[in-house]
Design a protein. Structure first.
Length: 290
């Protein structure tokens, strides 16, 4: 029995993800399908490809070899598909966009609405995630990313700079204004740097009191009145129940970029989307910076 392309893909993604569930999510099927394809490959080769351990699936040397060949086949296929997409004439089919969740409601949705009005024959797929999807593997056609270091293998344009400020509930903000010496509790996101130096200089500010690993939880804690929080200007201003506190002037933050694979930058659907996306962000620049 020979290995077919689906068997190669199953081995490749199990090597990458180290779990049936992870491989299944990447291939958009269920884990039993992955298990069946792996078993078929092992029967065809009459050799074991993976060792199942408590930590996940560990690939054998043969599995790595198969994955190496599968990656070459995958890239050749993706390169051709990117090329074919770049030659599309009629704007139809699908377009996949990836964007951080927190940008969707106020900044991506208006762009999507206008794009759909102008190009109703295109199905728009949105992957709202902070994960860096692989554009080389066509996990998305265009990425909106918050970064100061765009992937050097991608091309694109900075949509806007950003700044942050301090936000709190109206009660806390009023108390700060009336009592400059009141103790402050910081709500913090674990991936941020330390409390801004200017905040420490302006008054006695302790280290973060509450540290969360999820941005939605950070916002919820601030809305519940647990303390003050540093947020990007666009986010703090759009968050119900919070207002800006003038403890320090707005501080520089991470830029927002529109990025795509070089083969896709002039693809008609991608270009049509950017023709709406870029001017829209330009018109909203002050919401991110001022």
């Amino acid at each position: 029995m020979d290995l077919n392309w689906e068997d190669y893909r199953a081995v490749l993604h199990l090597v990458r993800e180290k779990s049936l569930g992870g491989a299944a999510r990447k291939l958009e099927c269920n884990y039993t399908t992955i298990a069946r394809r792996i078993a078929r490959a092992e029967n065809a080769l009459n050799q074991e490809l993976f060792e199942k351990l408590p930590s996940g699936y560990t690939a054998t040397e043969l599995a790595y070899k198969i994955a190496e060949q599968a990656e070459k086949m995958e890239e050749a296929s993706n390169q051709f598909l990117r090329y074919a997409s770049s030659l599309e004439g009629e704007l139809s089919g699908s377009l996949t966009i990836t964007s951080p969740q927190l940008l969707v409601a106020y900044y991506l949705s208006p762009v999507l609405k206008e794009f759909n009005h102008k190009h109703p024959n295109i199905e728009i797929k949105i992957k709202a995630t902070n994960e860096l999807l692989n554009l080389n593997q066509r996990e998305a056609d265009l990425a909106i990313r918050i970064t100061n270091k765009p992937d050097e293998n991608l091309v694109g344009q900075r949509l806007t700079e950003q700044r942050t400020s301090i936000f709190a509930t109206d009660e806390i903000a009023t108390n700060i204004e009336n009592d400059p010496d009141m103790p402050l509790n910081w709500i913090w996101f674990e991936h941020w740097d330390n409390v801004p130096e200017k905040a420490l200089q302006s008054r006695s500010v302790p280290n973060p009191k509450y540290v969360f690993d999820d941005m939605s939880a950070v916002i919820g804690a601030a809305q519940a009145g647990l303390g003050i929080v540093r947020l990007p200007l666009f986010l703090g201003r759009h968050t119900h129940g919070l207002r800006q506190v003038n403890l320090i002037e707005p501080q520089p933050y991470v830029d927002i970029w529109s990025l795509s694979h070089a083969d896709m930058k002039d693809a008609p659907k991608v270009r049509a989307f950017k023709d709406i996306l870029i001017p829209f962000f330009k018109s909203k620049r002050l919401e991110f910076t001022a």
